[in-house]
Design a protein around this ligand. Structure first.
Ligand code: FAD
Ligand code: PYC
Length: 417
């Protein structure tokens, strides 16, 4: 091969894209699978991977209406943390945090997990009380989290403005040092390649349009845009579309859908060493390895299936960002986009059985499911493979909305719910 800069670039590009060479969607779905997972986002692909890797189920398929990672997995701002309040959530998100540590090795794919620290800013007495409560609850559970004065927060993130004459002065912050970010689409690709290597079929451009049931009412297959597929087990992991898919089996869920949006700036040299989030003013920011500042906004205030979101929400967020970090005021924004998040009444996910035998759900992650991807896939794989929840996922069953044992994490994400 001719040695030239162009060839080197080509080689390195094809090396980065190696996943396309190493797994392929089969030309046709098989007529029958032992189980299918609806939704080829990170959660669905992780579920399939763990079903194959840990439960020996390899005659399974992930059925995706678009392309893998094209939903919220490829649209989120990749913040990873486990500083939730209640023990059920601490167990779930910290299980994910544990899996993130070694995920690149486990998948043999660099998901670029970067534990650079996740800071949550307090702007008033209420924030201080809430975040200190989280710090104490987390430490009791064995999760790292610490309280910082404004000066200590600025030591960690020097571009923070901690002057006292701001509209929303910073009066303290919590910091989870193991929190951080990862490369979102690499997570989808890594799970896809590893699952495929174990025999899992990944069917892209294959939309599920109906759920078939046998005479006893149990699931017997799905109708898709590429034809019918028989199966006795279905796991639905279709964020933003869960109610539509479950509606195909006559199941109604306590979910509402909202657009959540994000934007990135033009790339600049490294200036942001950690993730900084503000619940109170609905803004958060980190810096990607490409140099772009990754900025997130709140949800729209009304239910919608739009994958954009209101412009005023992004504008408000940028006002807040400019106040928190005055030195970024002159930056231009490159792109903005939105995703549709499914939100439950207690802002915790639903993982488990449905009233239809053989039909399982994993949904309601709202604005915060990316960080959970490995843990969510791991516990849901156990649910679909064995038919029963494990110790970590059991509290998140659908029947908590009947029993009243809610897991109220309404203050869990630093964005408006
Ligand atoms: P998705 O990636 O959306 O996958 C679901 C898939 O199901 C889609 O690919 C879709 O095409 C497919 N599907 C739907 N219907 C059908 C059908 N009928 N047939 C076949 N396939 C179907 N979380 C964090 O933890 N940290 C963050 O910083 C963060 N930031 C966010 C920022 C934004 C702007 C958004 C929108 C979300 C953010 N989240 C964040 C939330 C996070 O992105 C989601 O909770 C998580 O990615 C959900 O993953 P998933 O695999 O369940 O969903
Ligand atoms: O859950 O950490 C989170 C989050 C940040 C932005 C959106 N969700």
């Amino acid at each position: 091969m001719q040695f030239s800069l162009l060839n080197l670039i080509r080689q390195s590009f094809s090396a980065n894209q190696g996943w396309t060479e190493q797994w392929r969607s089969p030309a046709e779905p098989k007529p029958a699978y032992d189980a299918i997972i609806i939704g080829g986002g990170g959660h669905g692909l992780a579920t399939a991977y763990y079903m194959a890797a840990e439960h020996g189920m390899t005659n399974i398929a992930v059925v995706e209406k678009g392309w893998i990672g094209g939903g919220n997995t490829g649209r989120n701002t990749t913040i990873i943390r486990s500083n939730y309040l209640w023990e059920e959530s601490e167990a779930l998100y910290n299980h994910a945090m544990g899996l993130w540590q070694d995920l690149s090795h486990a998948l043999n794919y660099n998901v670029m997990y970067s534990p650079r620290g996740c800071m949550m800013l307090a702007h008033n007495t209420h924030d201080v009380q809430v975040f200190k409560r989280h710090v104490h609850a987390n430490r009791l559970f064995g999760i790292d989290n610490q309280w910082l004065s404004p000066e200590e927060a600025k030591d960690v993130c020097p571009i923070l403005d901690i002057s006292k004459n701001m509209r929303y002065p910073i009066v303290g912050a919590s910091l989870q040092r193991r929190g951080g970010v990862a490369r979102h689409d690499a997570v989808a690709w890594g799970y896809a390649r590893a699952a495929s290597a174990l025999g899992v079929d990944i069917l892209q451009k294959c939309e599920v349009k109906g759920i078939r049931r046998d005479a006893s009412g149990a699931v017997s297959g799905v109708d898709t845009s590429r034809g019918p597929i028989s199966t006795k087990k279905i796991g639905v992991v279709a964020a933003g579309n869960t109610s539509t898919v479950l509606g195909m089996a006559g199941v109604r869920l306590p979910l509402e859908s909202f657009p959540l949006q994000a934007l990135v700036s033009e790339p600049i040299k490294p200036l942001m060493p950690c993730v900084v989030m503000s619940n109170t003013i609905h803004a958060y920011m980190s810096q990607s390895d490409k140099g772009e500042l990754v900025i997130g906004a709140g949800t729209d205030a009304y239910i919608s299936y739009s994958q954009t979101g209101g412009l005023h929400i992004a504008t408000h967020t940028l006002d807040a960002i400019c106040e928190l970090f005055p030195m970024v005021r002159r930056l231009r924004m490159l792109r903005n986009w939105g995703g549709i998040v499914d939100v439950t009444p207690d802002r915790s996910p639903i993982i488990g059985k449905t009233p239809v035998p053989g039909l399982f759900i994993n949904c309601g992650w709202g604005t915060g499911g990316f960080k959970a991807t490995p843990g969510s896939g791991h516990v849901f794989a156990h649910q679909v493979a064995t038919g029963e929840p494990n110790r970590i996922s059991a509290p998140f069953s659908l029947d908590r909305f009947v029993s009243g044992r809610l897991i109220d994490e309404a203050a869990a994400a630093a964005v408006a719910h």
